[in-house]
Design a protein around this ligand. Structure first.
Ligand SMILES: Nc1ncnc2c1ncn2[C@@H]1O[C@H](COP(=O)(O)OP(=O)(O)OP(=O)(O)O)[C@@H](O)[C@H]1O
Length: 242
C-alpha cells in the first residue's frame, strides 16, 4: 500500500494553548481514518495544518511522497487535498450546480464540458443531481452537507478531510449521509474524518485516533480504541458535550 499522508512530530501552539503536540501518524492511500477528541482538543487545527492554512511550529507533513510543510494552501489544494467545513460554506445565492462548478473550475482547474461532466458525476454520487438547479441557500441541512461534500469532491481530491459533517442531522439523515460517505470511500478517496457522532464514524472508518490537548492519546482498530478505559472516559465527555 502507498502512504498518502504522514505527519511527523508536528507541533503548534497559540500562546499557552497547544493544538498539536508532537503529533505523528500516517494514512494509507484509500484508507478511512476517524479522529475523536473533546472540544478544543485541536482537531480542526490539525486539518488547518494539513491544508496549509496554519503553519506548524515544528515537524513535517508529507503528502503523496512530497514534503508539503512549506507549501501554501492553494498548492496543497491543487495537489489533491480537499476539506469540508464544520459549518457549511456554500455560495448561498448560487445554485447547487453553480457551486459545484466553482469548485471544478477553481480547485480542479477544469473548464467547459470537462468541468460540467465532473460536476454531474459528483452530484450523482452525493445524491444532489435532482437539486442541481436549486438555490444553495434554500437546501435542507442534509443537502447542505451533501453540497459541502460535492464542493470538496469537485476539487478531485486524493485526500478528503471531513470536519464534523454528521452533526445536527436526524438519525435517518445521518444514515443517508453515512451511505454517501461509504460510497466516496469505496471510490478510492482517502478520508480523515473528525466526528463527535461516534456511531457514524464507526460505520465507515478502518482506524481511529484520539486527540486530547493536541496530543495523540490512542490509535488503532476502532472497536478496540472505543473499548479502552482512557478513551471511554473522554468518549463519555464527548457524549455529554455533543
Ligand atoms: N487561530 C487561533 N488563535 C488562537 N487560538 C486558536 C486558534 N485556532 C484555534 N485556537 C484554539 O485552539 C484550541 C483548539 O481548537 P480547535 O478548533 O482545533 O479544536 P477542536 O478539537 O476542533 O474543537 P471542536 O471539537 O470544538 O471543534 C481551542 O482552544 C481554540 O480556541
Amino acid at each position: 500500500m502507498t502512504q498518502i499522508l504522514q505527519l511527523d512530530a508536528v507541533s503548534k501552539a497559540f500562546g499557552a494553548v497547544t493544538v498539536a503536540d508532537d503529533l505523528s501518524y500516517g494514512l494509507e492511500e484509500g484508507e478511512a481514518l476517524g479522529v475523536l477528541g473533546p472540544n478544543g482538543a485541536g482537531k480542526t487545527s490539525m486539518f488547518n495544518l494539513i491544508t496549509g492554512t496554519l503553519k506548524p511550529d515544528a515537524g513535517r507533513i508529507t503528502f503523496a511522497g512530497d514534503d508539503i510543510t512549506a507549501l501554501g494552501a492553494a498548492r496543497r489544494s491543487r495537489s489533491g487535498i480537499a476539506r469540508s467545513f464544520q459549518v457549511p460554506q456554500p455560495f448561498t445565492h448560487m445554485t447547487v450546480f453553480e457551486n459545484a462548478m466553482v469548485a471544478a473550475t477553481q480547485s480542479a482547474g477544469l473548464a467547459g464540458r470537462e468541468a460540467e461532466r465532473l460536476c454531474i458525476e459528483v452530484l450523482d454520487q452525493t445524491e444532489l443531481l435532482d437539486k442541481a438547479n436549486d438555490r444553495a441557500g434554500g437546501l435542507t441541512l442534509l443537502n447542505r452537507k451533501r453540497l459541502e461534500l460535492t464542493r470538496a469532491l469537485c476539487a478531485k481530491p486524493r485526500l478528503l478531510l471531513l470536519d464534523e459533517i454528521a452533526g445536527g442531522l436526524t438519525e435517518a439523515e445521518c444514515t443517508a449521509l453515512i451511505a454517501t460517505i461509504k460510497s466516496i470511500h469505496a471510490s478510492g478517496v482517502s478520508i480523515i474524518w473528525i466526528e463527535h457522532v461516534v456511531h457514524a464514524l464507526m460505520a465507515v472508518v478502518e482506524r481511529l485516533i484520539v486527540i486530547d490537548f493536541g496530543r495523540k492519546i490512542a490509535e488503532g482498530e476502532p472497536k478496540a480504541i472505543m473499548d479502552s478505559p482512557e478513551v471511554q472516559e473522554i468518549y463519555l465527555g464527548i457524549e455529554a458535550d455533543a
